[in-house]
Design a protein around this ligand. Structure first.
Ligand code: NAD
Length: 477
């Protein structure tokens, strides 16, 4: 049974309540977490405020950076245990979970190194004045984390927040939070002062809502669904607290008739199958130029038939869907599409001897998806690829932009002028040309436009999001 981390101490929820954690591979409870609520959030926010007024707030940027570096190293030292926890919580293949640990460690290494490289400005002003613009932390930052890449998403928001000297209260997902708790343990070992990081597990409507509406927070970052994103924005707005929202996507892979199809194929398939399609930046729409459509869809179909779904230990292409609700939702998209006559071109298979009661779904490729069909513009958040054809460059751009989302896009063409023209006109926060990375590395600023959210994480830009400025005007005459 896991506890809450408040002020450097591991404690039960005030009212002692707990939540069962469910293994997505068999639908069975395997451990319990504390069910934090508003009263626990109050304690965590107060502890964060004390940390800012105490040792953490007085620490130099270099010292903060050293702690983050130590945390990165501790994550690598404990990589196998960390990966096992992540795989158990989410059902993802062990290889993917192991890569996730390296990615989390990388966040702490990157932002540990960056902590003392954020400089201010000196502004020429009137005679007799010194004007300096310095970067300062927001103060207490709230972090609401989803279940799909729980460890990576935590590293993505926590590392830059701590690098800038903020104190954090983290509310991980009730569906997957074991690596967040482990990271809390390692952060204490790395020397993070009490209260600089507090972790409150619990339900979104309870602990999450209490945190984002708390008058004691100064900034919030939320990664999750667009619907909850609206609630978070409304809650923070009541206290005029700025927030970064990383929401969903329906990212297009645009394949022109001069593309290197052999090079594109494995990357396009991986971009939707990876993590069973539960990736905000999954390439879930495949837009192919008409005169190569049949040929390329045939190639994709063959790859889809080879995809296998299994448990973390089987360590094959992908694992189960996270929970019963998402499983039902993804299945409904598939059965509704079949019922409405959308051609099911190919599907992967479930590995033999899977445990009973797991949320395993075969990856599916749908072809000739009508442009006004749900599958053409709604986020499934499962291993479902919607293929559509386009006539020319203009049509491709129109189709690519024809959803409410705008997170990532992939462009496949050997024509350099077309690469630049299309990249410029695609509405999304990231564009990949002849490659595709689910968000890319820690160095690359990431975030959406339209209903995919606002604000930027990753890269040096995240340090600006995680801080604000103060202009100091000194008259010396
Ligand atoms: P979700 O919005 O249901 O939950 C996300 C987090 O918000 C969880 O920790 C949850 O407990 C919390 N939450 C729920 N209600 C809340 C409330 N009222 N106030 C505050 N917090 C609350 O989303 P999910 O089911 O965990 O994830 C699926 C969705 O998230 C998909 O739409 C996906 O695209 C999106 N997502 C986006 C990114 C990104 O980087 N853009 C990354 C991962 C997931």
């Amino acid at each position: 049974m896991s506890k809450l981390l408040i002020d450097g101490q591991w404690v039960d929820a005030i009212d002692g309540r707990t939540i069962d954690m469910i293994n997505p591979c068999n639908g069975q409870a395997f451990t319990k977490i504390a069910r934090g609520q508003a009263a626990d959030i109050d304690l965590a926010v107060a502890a964060a405020q004390r940390a800012l007024n105490g040792a953490w707030g007085r620490m130099t940027a270099t010292e903060r950076g050293r702690i983050l570096h130590r945390l990165g190293q501790l994550l690598l030292d404990n990589a196998e245990e960390f990966a096992q926890l992540e795989a158990r919580d989410t059902g993802k293949p062990m290889t993917v979970a192991r890569n996730d640990v390296i990615a989390v460690a990388r966040y702490f290494e990157f932002y540990g190194g960056a902590a003392d490289k954020v400089h201010g400005q000196a502004i020429p002003y009137l005679n007799g004045y010194n004007v300096n613009v310095i970067r300062i932390p927001h103060g207490v930052t709230a972090h609401i984390i989803p279940w799909n890449y729980p460890a990576q998403m935590l590293g993505r928001t926590l590392a830059p927040a701590l690098a800038m000297g903020n104190a954090a209260v983290v509310k991980p997902s009730e569906d997957a939070c074991l690596t967040t708790l482990k990271l809390g343990e390692l952060a204490m070992e790395a020397g993070l002062p009490p209260g600089a990081l507090n972790i409150i597990t619990g339900y979104g409507a309870e602990a999450g809502a209490a945190l984002t509406s708390h008058p004691g927070i100064n900034f919030a970052t939320f990664t999750g669904s667009p619907e909850v994103g609206v609630m978070v924005q409304q809650a923070t707005a009541r206290n005029h607290v700025p927030c970064v929202l990383e929401l969903g996507g329906k990212s297009p892979q645009i394949v022109f008739n001069d593309a290197d199809l052999d090079k594109a194929l494995p990357i396009i398939v991986k971009a939707i199958v990876q993590n069973a399609g539960q990736t905000c930046s999954a390439g879930s729409r495949l837009l192919v130029q008409q005169n190569i459509y049949d040929k390329f869809i045939g190639m994709v179909a063959e790859s889809f038939r080879a995809v296998k779904v299994g448990t973390p230990e089987m360590d094959i292409d992908c694992g189960p869907i996270i929970n019963a609700k998402q499983y039902g939702r993804v299945n409904k998209f598939v059965t509704d599409a079949i019922a409405s006559g959308v051609p099911l071109i190919a599907e992967g298979s479930l590995a033999p001897n899977l445990p009973q009661g797991g949320y395993f779904i075969k990856p599916v490729l749908f072809g000739s998806v009508p442009r006004n069909h749900d599958l053409a513009y709604l986020e499934v958040f499962g291993p479902v690829l919607s293929a559509m054809s386009f006539s020319d460059e203009e049509d491709a751009i129109e189709l690519a932009n024809a959803t409410e989302f705008g997170l990532v896009a992939g462009i496949w063409t050997e024509n350099g002028s077309r690469q630049s023209r299309v990249a410029k006109r695609i509405q999304s926060g990231q564009v990949f040309i002849n490659c595709y990375g689910a968000g890319g590395g820690v160095e690359l600023p990431f975030g959406g436009v339209k209903k995919s959210g606002h604000g930027r994480e990753k890269g040096m830009l995240a340090l600006e999001e995680m801080s604000t400025t103060k202009t100091i005007v000194q008259y010396y005459n």
